[in-house]
Design a protein around this ligand. Structure first.
Ligand SMILES: *Cc1c(COP(=O)(O)O)cnc(C)c1O
Length: 309
């Protein structure tokens, strides 16, 4: 007997053509946008004289998992400073441990000082630490998503398609800043919509604006403020419980997307982004458009939630 699965499809969503860019399948340490960023940070590091890596993130951090793995691949020590407020064991933290990282859990308000101290200590003992900001934030991380934007352009040219909208999960805002920079450098007309997973506006959007300006400054590019302002859209109404977890709508969305399209989403990032995209499309009655969803990864989190739900 064939039992049909119980999840109805979404007519509002499916009256558009939805494409998914699978950055979760980037072939390094379970992928994701942190892998895309980390490649560039390590490329920068390899060009200099460094012998260990220091970074920051919680026990849930996709960024710390990937960075630890890349350091281990080079036979380098990786030092992680982590907030002890979010220190419960996860698949990501278990992997960091197995990959040999030294993880120091400290109160979140002391993190900045502890990082400085760690870097000073390492240098004093003759080591050459390379520091990567939490989440892969900064111009190098932004550049990774300028490159992603170029891949999207290439795909469009190859397939003769134009994406009217791009949706994705936004945390530190680096991913979004890179996509926006790519759009502005190409002068393209489309909407890039970040779904905030933790930060409220205006702060969340201000951080993205700053990242966009910083990147253009670093590239000695001049882009009009009006253009930047117009193209920076961060929706902050789908945050739920922030980095912590999900709710019923989110859980239903995740199950539905898995059953209907075979795509795993997690409750911290991509589940919220998909839910936000769906609500936006329904609310604005968008039809007949080409819509790109960037799956930013978080595969180990998908399994954490399976284990606990
Ligand atoms: C970090 C992360 C994001 C957010 O990316 P930012 O560049 O920090 O905005 C989105 N999805 C996943 C799975 C992540 O790990």
């Amino acid at each position: 007997m064939i039992k049909s699965h119980p999840y109805v499809r979404d007519p509002a969503l499916e009256s558009n053509c939805i494409y998914v860019k699978r950055d979760d399948l980037i072939p390094y340490c379970f992928g994701g946008n942190k892998a895309r960023k980390a490649f560039l940070f390590f490329h920068d590091m390899d060009a200099g004289d460094y012998d260990c890596v220091v970074t920051y993130g919680s026990s849930h951090s996709n960024h710390c998992r990937v960075v630890t793995n890349m350091a281990a691949g080079r036979g380098m020590m990786c030092y992680i400073i982590a907030p002890d407020e979010v220190s419960d064991p996860t698949y990501n933290s278990q992997m960091m441990e197995m990959l040999g990282a030294e993880i120091s859990y400290v109160p979140v308000k002391t993190v900045h000082d502890v990082i400085e101290k760690k870097l000073d200590e390492l240098k004093a003992s003759g080591r050459k630490p390379y520091f990567i900001p939490g989440g892969g934030h900064g111009n190098i991380g932004t550049k990774a998503y300028v490159q992603c934007y170029e891949e999207i352009k290439m795909y469009e040219e190859e397939k003769g398609v134009h994406f009217d909208y791009i949706f994705h999960a936004s945390g530190t805002g680096t991913t979004q800043a890179g996509l926006i920079c790519g759009q502005l450098l190409n002068g393209d007309n489309r909407k890039i919509i970040g779904i905030s997973i933790a930060r409220k506006n205006p702060y969340g959007r201000d951080v993205i604006l700053k990242s966009v300006r910083d990147y253009f400054t670093s590239q000695k590019q001049i882009v009009s403020e009006k253009f930047i302002e117009e193209h920076t859209v961060l929706l902050d109404q789908y945050i739920g419980d922030g980095y912590a977890a999900g709710n019923e709508n989110l859980e239903r969305t995740k199950k539905k997307v898995l059953a209907n399209y075979g795509i795993p989403l997690d409750s911290t990032y991509t589940g919220k982004a998909w839910y936000g995209m769906q609500k936006y499309i329904e609310g604005k009655k968008i039809k007949g458009k080409n819509i790109l969803f960037i799956h930013t990864g978080g595969t180990p989190l998908f399994f954490d939630y399976l284990r606990t739900s």
